[in-house]
Design a protein around this ligand. Sequence first.
Ligand code: NAD
Ligand code: GLY
Length: 365
Amino acid sequence: METLEVALEERSYPIHIGPGLLDQEGLLPPFIKQKKVMVVSNETVAPLYLSRLCENLARGGISAHSVILPDGERYKTWETLNLIFDALLTERCERNTVLIALGGGVIGDMGGFAAACYQRGMPFIQVPTTLLSQVDSSVGGKTAINHPMGKNMIGAFYQPKLVLADISTLDTLPDRELKAGLAEVIKYGLIRDPEFFDWLEVNLEKLLARDQAALVYAVRRSCANKAEVVAADERESGERALLNLGHTFGHAIETGMGYGEWLHGEAVSAGTLIAAELSRALGWIEAATVTRIERIFVRAGLPVHGPALGVERYVALMSHDKKVQDGKLRLVLLQGIGKAVVSDVATPEQIAAAITARCTDTGTG
Ligand code: NAD
Ligand code: GLY
């Protein structure tokens, strides 16, 4: 097991990464003072991992209740969130009861948001079970639900007490989800870690083949990047915005296509290529760099063209982006591999041209 820390003074917490952690004793109890937890999971993940988690907790003298949510991005809503509150109240959970989010990013984001709200804040633990949630969403305290008009529009910054990333849970992850997670892994190389990008170019097939050592390395290096960024800018007043490379376009794809049609990582992949194309049009990167970026996403089995929603629809959807400031759209763009910037210099015509060039896909992700 490897352990990293997210350094946020009194809100600091460890990220444990390794195989077999769900069964490893002694990792959870130090973070569960009240000896009672509410596990939030979904109908896909619970049959796979809930009983193992609960047995482990029981060995530590902790009683576990659970609430099992419907599975899918389209359920990341107020209605589903209320099911968590119903369960917390029914089981008379208190402010010190710990909530454990067991699942992918949807469960982590919703469980975290419920924990932030219940009795104005209860402790919570992330047990991410997808590659995407292990490398990104479980770390950093962004929690949210979707609104029909925009992705992750309702939420809170609320840090977990612990992240337990059991790499063995990735054994059961469908291929499409593994690939979607790779989009966020590649992102770290592109925005701030060029050596990692080189490593990914060499080792991508090992990741696709679920080589355990390669997966542990990729999760650790991704989390190390994310932990550094979050420690420096917890509430996204600066550097943290770079973690959203491809996301402004990607969120437009997810919302525009209907939540769940394109996976988050798929939309981020296509969105990153739009951002790369725009960076090229601004003269910041060479066409050869766009090709190099495209090649790694193609090798990962990810889409490199967005759906043909039409420029107007993209622009309308992007106007709800959380990086809009004083009505002006700020985008994460590239000045090289490993160097991202937040910029508002692109003109509406340049943004439209990049969307037109890259958004030609008439199918889904
Ligand atoms: P997800 O949570 O929908 O999980 C993907 C699918 O895999 C689901 O069907 C799930 O039930 C299933 N699954 C999960 N673990 C499994 C396992 N071990 N074996 C078999 N099936 C498993 O999707 P995701 O990609 O994990 O997360 C995407 C979400 O994360 C989006 O809502 C996105 O907005 C959010 N996100 C949040 C942040 C953040 O910082 N909070 C960052 C990135 C993404
Ligand atoms: N996934 C973007 C962030 O955590 O800031």
